[in-house]
Design a protein around this ligand. Structure first.
Ligand code: ZN
Length: 71
């Protein structure tokens, strides 16, 4: 399912960018590097976005959650 416009504009934003109005936190994950990652589900398009950092050095970023995990 394609992402809705608010989700598309959310992608690749830094973590301090607030989730858009239809995003609801659905899960908290722990990455292999021991950090927390947050899954948000969109009430509009039903897609899942992930708020996480790629590694300890990188800042949090909004990414798309898919079957491969996150980049
Ligand atoms: Zn959406």
């Amino acid at each position: 399912m394609p992402l809705c416009d608010p989700c598309l504009s959310q992608l690749d934003r830094p973590g301090h960018f607030p989730p858009h109005a239809s995003l609801l936190k659905s899960a908290t994950l722990r990455t292999t590097s021991g950090q927390n990652a947050f899954v948000y589900r969109c009430g509009d398009c039903g897609e899942n976005l992930l708020l996480a950092s790629a590694d300890c050095e990188a800042p949090d970023q909004w990414t798309r959650l898919d079957a491969d995990g996150w980049r």
